[in-house]
Design a protein around this ligand. Structure first.
Ligand SMILES: [Zn+2]
Length: 254
């Protein structure tokens, strides 16, 4: 059966002399793998679309084994991101969050469209840290760990001081914090921003500007949740941290 879907390339693996296995996050079918025969050959008409992060319209034959890619028309090569090591490290981490947390052939069309918007925002120089936190919150929800940030998880009052309990999956107020001795105290801007980021319309994100200490606080809070629930893809997360340090050094030297 011939099928057609939009998709973003997550990973490409060489297979034998001249073939490649392309792992996609597709709009209609979720995560799928396609065999791209001859894609390693420089003259292959498939090779233009078989790079991570490229969005294309894929036409493929679905049979009993792995589906076979027959045609790919590039929609967006995301060239700007792929040419920038730091931006690419962010994007690679976002893609790994999909690979790590979403089953094959589980359709998530809304998630796909959200990723497209997020990549667009990254290309238009929206704060990559803020975008990353939004994506982490989205993936937490998809993975079944949506944290409760709009009230205290125990007494349901809106907290004036914010404590995060990983075990209870959200905020605790000052009165309830003793119910979890491992809860961590959050700075007020962090406590106020988390519920906003959870509901934000990405197309309006351009107006958000966040202080670097608040960004750090958001990262620490979210990675408590992500790490404890094993949502973090370790390799790409560690790679992003290395590249960020490198970029920070280059900034301060110039
Ligand atoms: Zn409470």
């Amino acid at each position: 059966m011939l099928q057609r879907t939009k998709g973003i390339v997550l990973k490409v693996q060489d297979y034998g002399e001249s073939d490649q296995i392309v792992r996609l996050f597709s709009e209609q079918l979720g995560r799928i793998s396609l065999m791209a025969r001859g894609a390693k050959k420089t003259r292959s008409r498939l090779s233009a679309a078989t790079e991570p992060l490229i969005e294309a319209e894929f036409l493929f034959f679905q049979g009993s084994g792995i589906s076979s890619l027959s045609q790919a028309d590039v929609i967006n090569s995301h060239r700007q991101i792929r040419d920038d090591l730091l931006q690419m490290a962010y994007a690679a981490y976002w893609l790994s969050l999909i690979e790590h947390n979403i089953e094959e052939q589980e359709p998530h069309p809304a998630l796909y469209r959200r990723l497209v918007k997020l990549l667009h925002s990254l290309e238009h120089e929206v704060d990559a840290e803020v975008l990353t936190r939004i994506w982490e919150l989205t993936i937490l929800e998809i993975a079944g760990y949506k944290p409760i940030f709009d009230r205290c998880v125990r007494c349901h009052r809106s907290p004036e001081q914010f404590f995060l309990s990983v075990n209870q999956g959200g905020f605790l107020c000052q009165q309830c914090r003793s119910s979890d001795h491992f809860s961590i105290s959050l700075a007020e801007p962090v406590g106020k921003l988390l519920p906003m980021l959870q509901q934000i319309d990405i197309t309006r994100i351009g107006k958000v500007s966040v202080k670097s200490e608040t960004n750090k606080g958001l990262e620490i809070a979210l990675h408590h949740l992500l790490d404890q629930n094993q949502v973090t893809p370790r390799k790409s997360w560690e790679f992003l941290q290395q590249i960020r340090k490198l970029d920070f050094k280059t900034d301060s030297e110039s």
